[in-house]
Design a protein around this ligand. Structure first.
Ligand SMILES: [Zn+2]
Length: 223
């Protein structure tokens, strides 16, 4: 079985995505890319996350060919492929249908720097990709053309996508972005939130790069 370890990671994180309220039902999807083989492991289409097993994960190339797996791959496999082609330094993608990210996307509002932790996305805001039908190449290109320098993007009237050097990094960023989207929404319900300016956000990004132990920065613990 190809990518056995990565398959299990996808199974585990898909369940976590539901438990952490980042999606509901069979919405959302997760992939891991191995740059050495050029293979992408991706969650299957329309299978309950709590019933998904290692053998249900589909292995594909970035040309869209199925290498191993009996299931149909996630309907958003084109989105994952487009982002791996666009960003050569990422190895995992998490696509969520999370409440506050979707709320802001329906208002065409980027996630703004209402909290300094947004710097972990590698950009001063999380942009909104224009709406396109789910599962289409048009949606994949909309996100690829919008995401810019950062590792996160909202998808109008649909959800959010985050990228990382590994699944833990991509998943943690999805949780952070959803949390900040909720802060932004709650602040907007009361007044006009203060937004941290771009210069300070660049400063925070630099400090994040230097944070933690040298060469062993697995996960940032924020003070
Ligand atoms: Zn979706």
């Amino acid at each position: 079985m190809l990518m056995k370890y990565e398959r299990q990671q996808i199974v585990d994180y898909c369940k976590k995505m539901t438990v952490d309220h980042l999606t509901s039902g069979t919405g959302g999807n997760i992939s891991i890319f191995d740059p050495l083989t050029g293979f992408m492991a991706i969650s299957p289409s329309g299978i309950n996350y709590f019933e998904t097993k290692q053998e249900d994960i589909v292995i594909m190339t970035l040309d869209g060919q199925i290498v191993e797996g009996k299931r149909r791959p996630s309907s958003e496999h084109n989105l994952h492929i487009a982002l791996y082609k666009k960003k050569i330094d990422i190895s995992s993608i998490v696509h969520t249908h999370s409440m506050y990210g979707i709320v802001l996307s329906t208002l065409n509002l980027p996630i703004k720097a209402v909290d300094y932790i947004l710097a972990d996305a590698g950009a001063t805001e999380v942009p909104v990709a224009p709406y396109a039908t789910f599962g289409t190449e048009e949606l994949a290109q909309s996100v690829a053309n919008t995401i810019g320098e950062g590792r996160a993007c909202l998808m109008a009237n649909h959800g959010m996508v985050t990228c990382g050097k590994d699944i833990e990094s991509a998943y943690n960023l999805a949780r952070e972005c959803e949390w900040i989207a909720e802060i932004q929404w709650r602040a907007m319900a009361v007044g006009v939130p203060n937004i941290i300016d771009d210069t300070e956000m660049r400063n925070v990004m630099q400090r994040f790069n230097d944070y933690g132990q040298p060469h062993n920065r697995k996960e940032v613990v924020y003070d």
